[in-house]
Write a protein that binds this ligand. Sequence first.
Ligand code: CP
Length: 336
Amino acid sequence: MHLQGQHLQGQHILSVEQFSLADINTLFTTAEKLELVAKGVVTTKILDGAILANLFFEASTRTRMSFHSAFARLGGDICDTTGFSFSSISKGESLADTAQVISEYADVIVMRHPEQGAVADFAQHATVPVINGGDGPGEHPTQALLDLYTITRHFNQTNQPVDGATIALSGDLKHGRTVHSLAKLLARYQQITFHFIAPDSLQMPPAIIDWLAAKGHRVHCFPRPEQGLPDADVIYCTRIQKERFNAEQLDATPDESQLFSINQTIINRYAKPSAIILHPLPRDSRDGAFDLSTDLDADPRLQIFTQAANGIPVRMALFVHCLGLQDLVGHDFAPA
Ligand code: CP
């Protein structure tokens, strides 16, 4: 399925592969129009009477709450369920039955599920648009959209084109669905140079590397941050996702989290002064070292909190387009 810029209405949002550059630009134009609504400066009732079903079967803070906040800021109502134990799936109900039932309760459904492909399976049985909030190690399309929104806004402000940019992705590139989706989304641009920084055991899946190379992008894999950070315009860090390791991987993979900890010393030594540093969050400090150190928090290159905030206007824009309301944006804005 390939979407056209103006025709997201009624579509499921399952993978970034659905989006053309025209779709992305259309969404981002709508997101920019909604920035003041996202910040609560102006109000709108564009989704008055609409209901979002927010179904999260895997841990989440940002995605679950920002989808909720985005829908509420647009005037809609939200019903949700979190975790299998509080859903009738724990009584053996199938995803197919759940999808058919909830389609009668809501106008749009957001779902996160620990199994790759489960959101797409669910969507086959839903009669309202389903948005993938993350399916195991598969994809996280709305995270990639907000990441790209953050990147393009920064590049626009500094008069840099995305075409020809060098993007460093660091950490657990094997299990990190955000980096899978972001790499595919960036591939819509021309001549991107990707620096994939990860130990061999956690490198980007070969299928994605081959797909990017076949599209004419340059791909370089590095085992250490100091090798992949120089020349990068964007440094995108991720945590090691041990919850996705099987027992064999847990035994076989040395604890390399310290080697992939990006901190002020490494950034000062190897990163360009103009680079921006992103992370989908959460940062993980459980092994004694953050994957992205808090000693960078005062560095203006660190844009992780702007990035997380951008989840609201981008997710608002997706709702508006999925529900076919884009032509109404701005018509009823009122001061808060
Ligand atoms: N970035 C992200 O998906 O965060 P959560 O897991 O908290 O939703």
